[in-house]
Design a protein around this ligand. Structure first.
Ligand code: BGC
Length: 776
């Protein structure tokens, strides 16, 4: 596991600058490591997604000292002493974690004295954010501190060469990389317990640099299209619509990009040639030959295929990532041909206004779909394409999750005038469907109750009884118990430190063979009282652009889950990195939904390889931490479907996760855990998801606006959000609020069929568990 963590962390490191081949460092290089983060390294971000007890961690200075490089020991000792005298708080209160640590001040003369002994300065800058802790637009947050600026000035003035390592979970300001005289810059992300060794591997070239950015780095924060529409206390209007990240910059503002999406240097140099772009039966196949033209260095390259769709009536971003592939490590002179495949249908736009004449449909408007191939979004060059003769409706669906009446806002839309594409505004359409009719039109029929017939879940697993026969035996209390967890985190039904248990939460269910299933956080490892591996952060993993490696890593984690008693890992975190300040971006993969979906699917495949369950989260549009339990994400249905839901859709289609977690926030006025449109209509209805859906931890009370007798847990079950986790309404409570069964008893309340349907969803999950399906 350690070696795979190390490899993955190293592959995810992005080389932003490398003047005169400063990196990899020669074995004989004498280096001085500056910055206290060399010791107090940020291995991961904060909160549930990073709170793992690793068996060990490698900081940077220890890792460098273990290489053949000549590390300036006097300076290292000085940092060791200073850090010991200025320790970081080992356990800050939840949500108050430091975004950076105060730096050891060094004068210009002191730095110059060190430069007498070493030729290369390695300056380490560290940042972290997390759950309930956004990154902030302040010094020590998004920006450098005065001490860090001084360190960079002194180092660049005194040393022959200066290399900077940025250890961070979020994209932070990097405009300064252009102002100082830097020779190399590594964006190292947070690499988990092997962070230090991974950075050392890339610095020495043991692993050649090859990571690629999964989000655009802009010249300044306020150039991001979400800036000004992020951080709202009550709600945020997603005015940029589908123009998130590179979709915005490449279409409307290319001059505001510092490092483009998909970018990252290698130690080698590659010739990438698209040999063939072929369209057959709606599938586009790109064959690209990649040759390492460097005389000395080995390396990997990531080939990316983008599509430029015709603007049509809807307007489209100038680029959509359509497929990618990564070479093996190629020696100088060696070549590899990659084959990238994608379906044009998967790039269809969603018409939420009816502008194409096909409202609530995914459409390919007529015109040329140009294919661009390259090694980042900016330098990809046209090399073929496909023509769509006339508009094609790819999928007709129904309106779902649209902006609530009265909440319309102006969104960005691309308009073409005189051949120029420019950003215009249009009013977002509001919801028009009656949810009441939708719910009442699809109420499930109840299974006729039989009372206890002695059928066990093992009988169902063995094929000796049907799931319906099992469900028919369950009384109200058993149905209620299946729809919530065991009330608390650290449930007595699982190993110490678990996040809660579900399914067999009461004795009568266990007597019928329903196991209690233990949930644990994710995604950076298995959050338990015991030691478990600390993985590289989600962004680091995605920056590898290597889904196979992500699957391998998570398959090893699954073995650890089985050994430690976790049945459900609350992973992957897969919200879109809409804004660089979102505290949990480190857990997430990318600003792009395809990359997000592919990485999430790779994670799920690994976790589920042992028969256990993954739990992609947070469904959906959980893009900020401030006031996250009440905040309303107001976003057009088009942007929801093309950006914020799309990653989940890919993940469900490619990896069939057994569970899924809703989000804390509201989506267009409805809390994630009550969202019938998103969970029943889209997730289950359109995408065919048949696993169990759980809430994020603890819910908000509400009366169903369409059905006054349906409140709280009944409102949730009506949406098919099956399990309330951990189950109680207050953090210290150990009981429910009775809302589910009270509604069942009411004339216009939730129905027996709905309770049984939710029970079925949970029991299917239990049936997939290795205790009932060994050898699966
Ligand atoms: C987080 C989830 C996490 C859960 C359980 C919540 O606060 O949002 O991602 O899985 O806690 O720890």
């Amino acid at each position: 596991m350690g070696e795979t963590c190390r490899r993955a962390a190293a592959e995810g490191i992005v080389l932003l600058t490398n003047r005169n081949e400063t990196l990899p460092l020669a074995e004989s290089a004498t280096i001085a490591v500056l910055g206290r983060v060399q010791r107090d390294y940020f291995m991961v971000g904060y909160g549930s997604g990073g709170d793992v007890r690793p068996p060990y961690t490698w900081n940077l200075i220890d890792a460098l000292q273990a290489t053949d490089l000549h590390v300036d020991e006097a300076l290292a000792e000085r940092y060791a002493a200073w850090c010991a005298d200025h320790p970081v708080d080992p356990e800050p209160a939840w949500g108050t974690w430091p975004r950076s640590h105060p730096e050891m001040p060094l004068t210009a003369d002191e730095v110059a004295a060190v430069a007498e002994r070493a030729s290369t300065a390695v300056v380490v800058i560290g940042r972290a954010a997390g759950e309930a802790r956004e990154q902030a637009l302040e010094e020590g947050g998004y920006y450098l501190t005065a001490d860090e600026r001084a360190l960079l000035s002194h180092a660049t003035a005194a040393f022959e060469r200066t290399v900077v390592v940025v250890d961070t979970g979020n994209v932070v300001d990097l405009a300064w990389t252009q102002h100082y005289d830097l020779d190399a810059v590594l964006l190292a992300w947070q690499g988990g317990m092997e962070s230090g060794r991974a950075v050392a591997d890339v610095l020495t070239g043991a692993v050649p640099a090859g990571g690629k950015l999964t989000a655009t780095i802009a010249t300044a924060y306020d150039r991001y299209p979400s800036a000004g529409h992020f951080g709202g206390h009550d709600h945020n209007e997603y005015v940029e619509d589908v123009y998130v990240g590179y979709r915005w910059f490449e279409t409307f503002a290319p001059e505001h990009v510092l490092f483009p999406f998909g970018y990252g240097l290698t130690y080698a140099s590659f010739d990438v040639r698209a040999e063939e772009v072929d369209t057959r039966d709606g599938e586009v196949v790109v064959r690209a030959r990649v040759t390492n033209t460097h005389g000395v260095h080995r390396g990997t390259e990531v080939v990316q295929a983008y599509v430029r769709a015709p603007q049509g009536a809807l307007g489209r971003p100038a680029r959509h990532l359509a497929a990618f592939g990564k070479t093996r490590e190629l020696a100088p002179g060696e070549s590899e041909t990659l084959e990238l495949r994608f379906r044009l249908d998967d790039l269809a736009a969603y018409d939420d206004t009816g502008a194409t004449g096909h409202r609530s449909a995914y459409v390919l408007e007529a015109g040329r779909y140009e294919v661009l191939v390259g090694t980042d979004v900016r330098t990809a060059v046209p090399c073929g394409g496909a023509d769509v003769a006339e508009l094609r409706v790819v999928r007709q669906v129904t309106e779902a999750g649209a902006v609530a009446p009265g909440h319309a806002f102006e969104r960005v839309v691309a308009r073409t005038e005189g051949g120029e594409v420019r950003a215009a505004r249009e009013t977002v359409p509001e919801a028009t469907v009656s949810r009441q009719d939708r719910v009442l039109g699809a109420l499930p029929a109840p299974v006729e109750r039989t009372g206890d017939r002695g059928v066990t879940l093992a009988d169902v697993a063995a094929g000796d009884a049907s799931l319906d026969e099992f469900v028919a035996q369950l009384d109200d209390d058993e149905l209620e118990a299946l729809s919530r967890g065991d009330f608390t985190m650290d449930s007595g039904l699982g190993p110490a430190g678990n996040a809660g248990a579900l399914a067999g939460t009461v004795e009568s269910l266990r007597a019928k063979g329903v196991p209690a299933l233990t949930t644990t956080d994710g995604p950076a490892g298995i959050r338990l009282a015991t030691h478990t591996a600390l993985l590289p952060s989600g962004t680091a993993l995605a920056s590898t652009w290597n889904p196979e490696l992500v699957t391998t890593l998570n398959a090893l984690l699954a073995v650890e889950m089985a050994a430690k008693g976790s049945d459900i890992l609350l992973s992957p975190g897969m919200n879109i990195q809409r804004d660089p300040l979102c505290g949990r971006n480190f857990e997430y993969f990318s600003e792009d939904p395809l990359l997000t979906g592919r990485m999430a699917a790779a994670t799920v495949r690994g976790i589920q390889s042992e028969g256990l369950a993954a739990c992609p989260k947070h469904f959906a549009a959980n893009n900020q931490e401030d006031n996250r339990e009440y905040n309303d994400s107001r976003v057009s249905e088009r942007a929801l479907r093309e950006i914020y839901l799309r990653g989940f859709e890919i993940c469900v289609a490619e990896s069939a996760p057994r569970t899924l977690m809703t989000s804390y926030n509201k989506i267009n006025g409805v809390w994630g855990h009550y969202h019938h449109d998103l969970v029943t209509t889209v997730l289950r209805g359109e995408w065919g998801f048949d696993g169990a859906v759980m809430t994020d931890w603890w819910m908000r009370e509400a009366v169903d606006p369409d059905f006054p007798a349906v409140t709280n847990d009944a409102y949730r079950v009506r949406a098919q959000v099956d399990v309330h986790m951990p189950g109680a309404w207050g953090r210290d409570d150990r009981h429910g609020d009775g809302s589910l069964l009270a509604s069942l008893a009411a004339a216009d309340g939730v129905t027996l069929g709905e309770l049984q349907r939710t029970a079925g969803n949970v029991l299917r999950l239990a049936l997939s568990n290795p205790r009932l399906s060994p050898g699966r």
